[in-house]
Structure formats: structure tokens, C-alpha cells
Design a protein. Structure first.
Length: 106
């Protein structure tokens, strides 16, 4: 799976998960890249170069207002540990193309 993060602190968990083998244990191989440029991350999603991208709220709204179809599957930051409360914290997200078959990080 090709994943691009925003290179910010929130992406450290993904890097750590790769290093410690958490994704491999689940049978997932991640091809990870960092893109501190949100429009470039959106473009990579749109072209099918990545499967998942971390995109901040404003760039995602801008992309969607231009007709780029994205689906948020998880917030990047600001959510409580209790996942029952996550949907109240949607200021940033992880996005995929609607036809990706992915509807959650799981």
C-alpha cells in the first residue's frame, strides 16, 4: 500500500509502526513517503500514485470544492484515545479515493 504523510509529528506513529513491525504483523507492506505539500498529496491521490494521504482540512475542502472526490477515513490528530469520540474531531484527515474500497484505517 502506498501512503504519503504530511511529514509532521502525527506521521511519526506510522514510521514507528513500520520500524517495530506492526504493519507487517497484519500482513501490510507500506511504501511510505512524506509530502509536506498538501496539494501535491491530493494530486498524488487523484493520479492513483498513492492509496492513502494525510491532508489537512483546508486543502481537503479546497480539493473537494474543485470537484476532486476524496473520502476521509480517519482524523489525523486532535481526537481522544476512546475511538467512540473520534467523529467529533474531524479537523484533519486521512483520505482515499471513493472507489479504493477503504472506509476506515482498519
Amino acid at each position: 500500500m502506498r501512503v504519503t504523510t504530511d511529514g509532521a509529528m502525527g506521521s511519526a506513529a506510522i514510521h514507528l509502526g513500520i520500524e517495530q513491525g506492526f504493519f507487517a504483523e497484519q500482513g501490510l507492506e507500506l511504501d511510505l513517503s512524506d509530502s509536506p505539500n498538501p496539494p501535491a498529496a491530493v494530486a498524488a491521490l487523484q493520479r492513483g500514485e498513492v492509496n492513502i494521504a494525510a491532508v489537512p482540512l483546508v486543502p481537503s475542502i479546497n480539493a473537494q470544492s474543485q470537484g476532486i472526490d476524496l473520502v476521509s477515513i480517519a482524523s489525523v490528530s486532535g481526537h481522544r484515545i476512546d475511538s467512540a469520540h473520534w467523529e467529533g474531531y474531524d479537523e484533519a484527515g486521512i483520505f482515499v479515493q471513493p472507489d479504493s474500497g477503504m472506509s476506515s484505517p482498519r
